[in-house]
Write a protein that binds this ligand. Structure first.
Ligand code: RTP
Length: 154
């Protein structure tokens, strides 16, 4: 039997409204699936203003804060939680640098975006924030499922 991992790291990952509007949801989810992370929660979500403000509260003194909140509220997002060893740092690598013009080709932003204010995706920047953001966006909790019980998944 395979050893059970002692780490249950999770990252809160969100396709932002521009990614949903541009039809990039499948492309983005596919990259996380192919990497091998485990999906623990997923919803198309019309974000409440308080949730957007709380999510970005550390940026509330920045000049772009108001535009940022307005952008997140401009349409539905696809909210997700991905689990796996090292998922937070790995998701940040898959996503690429904040400014899409500086993101490496091969990353989500490097391949799919141009503007920092429309950079299609969010990923938690630390395991603690992965937990905190997950609690904020999924107060209903995560879905429990065990891949090892499903041999056709590997
Ligand atoms: P995220 O949290 O969305 O993954 O982004 P990040 O850590 O790479 O970047 P952060 O500095 O935390 O900024 C959060 C989001 O704010 C928007 N932003 N706009 N107009 C601007 O100069 C500017 N700078 C940041 C981006 O949507 C960024 O992802």
């Amino acid at each position: 039997a395979r050893a059970v991992s002692v780490r249950n790291e999770i990252s809160y990952v969100m396709v932002k409204p521009d990614g949903v509007q541009r039809g990039l949801v499948g492309e983005i989810i596919g990259r996380f699936e192919r990497k091998g992370f485990k999906l623990r929660a997923l919803k198309l979500y019309s974000t409440p203003k308080e949730v957007a403000e709380e999510h970005y509260k550390d940026l509330s003194s920045k000049p772009f804060y108001k535009d940022l909140v307005q952008y997140i509220l401009s349409g539905p997002v696809v909210a997700m939680v991905w689990e796996g060893d090292g998922v937070v740092a790995s998701a940040r690598k898959l996503i690429g640098a904040t400014n899409p013009l500086a993101s490496e080709p091969g990353t989500i932003r490097g391949d799919l975006a141009i503007e920092v204010g429309r950079n299609v995706i969010h990923g938690s920047d630390s395991p603690d924030n992965g937990e905190r953001e997950t609690a904020l966006w999924f107060p209903e909790g995560l879905v429990k499922w065990d891949q090892t019980l499903e041999p056709w998944l590997k």
